[in-house]
Design a binder for this molecule. Structure first.
Ligand code: FEO
Length: 400
């Protein structure tokens, strides 16, 4: 049973999920994920969000371990997504008088998913709920990550219950707080979480950060990953950077290849970039690497090179999936190079050009497409494309 003091009267009562393979049924969880929940024990008792439904027994044990036979007075729903509301039906059954706290966008979703009762308290921006010594203040952060998303700021302790914001993939393996953990592991998993879950909403994230900058925050308690109490700047500065698309000098190369010809172009580009002094180069085969890792690296590097073999006059399917995801997310601020190969008819590069028009990234060089294996003049053009990418990056990042 987990009961960890966040402050004297606030407990962490979350659970770890090492069983689920795919988050939202499409994003791999090789290192699992935590569903964080908190309980504030005061004259009144408030639960801050719940957990995914498969963990409801363990979760109830955690609650009872914290408050014994006392009743829970409020359930604050900062975020309605089912990984945080899956235990609601059980909680309502266990505590039938519980009042559910949310905003006007929370309750239609709540009704659609679980509950049609009227034991609810609708809060507006800046409203406060006094529990005794503790007072929660509510601030709306729409689209970080759903329309109803909000955060709750506890005024006495400075604890911010931040919903998905500042969350991370990865279970909490003993350490719950930032100062108990080597954060190297979470660095990449936080970015994979941000880019894939919240990354479409960089604008709303910027607005949320601006709004929250007026609060005296001492603890950040998100719904996934570590609780931040020592180095808040570590996580806030990363959110600032990521939500502004502040990218590093480097190139992400991703290709779809059937018989190795498009792959060889990718290798030639990577080698030339390296010869030209680019130190951060990652090459991914889109058929093997899940898009969530490629999308994570989109938030790292300024340069992107995408290659596709033609497949039935179309993009190769894994590249089609990837480019469609990137377009849907409206990712901004990259330099782009495109390349590919074909056997009897094109389709890869032709459709990558459409992608380039839609995404509106700067093309560093004319697209290069080879029939069969890379040779002669096309090898020269591919290397020129890599040179052009390197030139632009050196110009943009003269110090790196
Ligand atoms: Fe962890 Fe948007 O849910």
């Amino acid at each position: 049973m987990i009961k960890v003091n966040v402050t004297e009267d606030i407990y962490y009562i979350g659970v770890n999920d090492r069983k689920t393979h795919l988050f939202e049924n499409h994003i791999p969880l090789p290192q699992g994920i935590s569903y964080n929940s908190y309980i504030i024990v005061d004259d009144k008792i408030a639960l801050m969000d719940t957990v995914e439904r498969s963990f409801v027994d363990e979760y109830l044990d955690n609650i009872k371990n914290s408050i014994g036979d006392r009743k829970v007075d409020y359930l604050v729903i900062n975020h309605m997504e089912p990984d945080h509301t899956g235990a609601i039906k059980t909680i309502i059954k266990e505590y039938p008088d519980i009042i559910i706290v949310g905003n006007k966008k929370t309750f239609p979703l709540l009704q659609a998913y679980y509950y049609t009762g009227d034991n609810i308290l609708e809060v507006k921006e800046g409203d406060e709920l006094c529990l005794g010594k503790h007072t929660l203040q509510f601030h709306f952060t729409p689209m970080v990550h759903w329309p109803e998303s909000m955060v709750s700021y506890e005024k006495t302790t400075g604890a911010l219950f931040s919903a998905d914001a500042f969350g991370s993939f990865g279970t909490l393996d003993g350490g719950i707080f930032d100062d108990e953990i080597n954060l190297d592991f979470y660095e990449d998993e936080m970015l994979r979480y941000y880019s894939n879950i919240v990354g479409k909403y960089c604008g709303p994230t910027q607005k949320a950060l601006k709004k929250l900058s007026g609060l005296d925050i001492k603890i950040i308690a998100p719904l996934h990953g570590p609780v931040w109490r020592s180095d808040l700047d570590y996580v806030i500065s990363r959110y600032e950077k990521w939500s502004k698309y502040e990218l590093d000098k480097g190139v992400l190369i991703v290709y779809g290849s059937m018989y190795g010809n498009t792959e060889k172009i990718a290798e030639a580009i990577a080698r030339r970039l390296s010869e030209r002094g680019i130190k951060n180069i990652r090459v991914y085969d889109a058929s093997k690497t899940n898009p969530s890792y490629i999308i994570r690296d989109l938030w790292k590097y300024k340069g992107i090179m995408i290659g596709s073999v033609a497949y039935n006059n179309e993009l190769f399917p894994p590249i089609k999936t990837l480019t469609s995801k990137i377009e849907g997310m409206g990712v901004k601020n990259h330099l782009l190079g495109i390349f590919g190969s074909f056997s009897w008819n094109g389709g890869g590069v032709k459709n990558l050009k459409k992608f380039a028009e839609n995404i509106k990234w700067e093309l560093v060089y004319d697209p290069v497409e080879e029939k069969g294996s890379l040779k002669g003049d096309k090898q020269f053009l591919v290397e020129e494309m890599a040179n052009s990418m390197a030139d632009k990056l050196h110009e943009l990042y003269p110090e790196d």
